[in-house]
Design a protein around this ligand. Structure first.
Ligand code: ZN
Length: 224
């Protein structure tokens, strides 16, 4: 700990050991009487910077997990972004054994994590019962896209429908796939600006929801 000593005399400032105090005590040059003025001692504790930024923390607060299913779903979430309801669990470090014990009815996670788990199930390295509900596959501006090969692999491994959800860098939902599996519904139209590789379409979705929808740019191009 370092101690800073400041006395009332103008221009006098010393940083060091308090043993030097008596030398600072003396008459003030403007005072009429020769009197002693005790120095004001300021002790400063040096506190290390902890690097905590409230804004970062607020941006990383848990977000709601939006699912296409009603009621309590035994959901295993492979990403620590989310606030899950009763019945669900966030796996900070998912292992095949822990997932098997949990026996999820649905899975949610980024594509690479799902891909790794699916490969283990298909190769017989991990055992997981077929999912009752389905898979939420997270993609996003800074994440890997969900390919047709991924969908096939996930279907073989989990034997349940796959729903893509495009999410921002802090897990916030930008767009989601519905039961019709015809592109993604945008949470708000402006979200398309953050979805690289997607284009806005103006046709209505077979599911009947009229919110703005996006298709993969290649898919849109192939469809003419
Ligand atoms: Zn739809």
């Amino acid at each position: 700990m370092r101690v800073a000593v400041r006395c009332r005399l103008p221009g006098t400032f010393r940083q060091g050991n308090v043993a030097g105090l008596p030398a600072l005590v003396g008459p003030h040059k403007h005072s009429r009487r020769r009197s002693l003025r005790l120095p004001r001692v300021v002790i400063r504790l040096r506190i290390p910077k902890v690097g905590f930024r409230a804004r970062d923390w607020l941006q990383r607060r848990p977000v709601s997990l939006v699912t296409p299913w009603e009621g309590n779903v035994r959901m295993a979430v492979l990403k620590p972004w989310f606030r899950v309801g009763s019945g669900g669990r966030v796996f900070m470090e998912p292992t095949a054994a822990a997932l098997r014990r949990f026996a999820p009815g649905a899975l949610a996670g980024p594509v690479p994590a799902l891909r790794e788990l699916a490969r283990m199930v298909v190769d017989g390295e991990a055992a997981l019962a077929p999912l009752e509900f389905g898979v939420l596959a997270f993609t996003g501006p800074s994440q890997e896209p969900l390919t047709a090969a991924d969908r096939e692999l996930f279907w073989r491994a989990f034997q349940a429908p796959i729903f893509e959800q495009c999410r921002g860098p802090h897990g916030e939902l930008l767009a989601y796939e519905c039961e019709a599996h015809e592109g993604l519904h945008l949470v708000r139209e402006s979200a398309i600006a953050r979805m690289r590789g997607w284009v806005l379409v103006d046709s209505s979705c077979p599911c009947g929801t009229s919110t703005p929808r996006a298709l993969r740019a290649q898919a849109r191009f192939a469809a003419g």
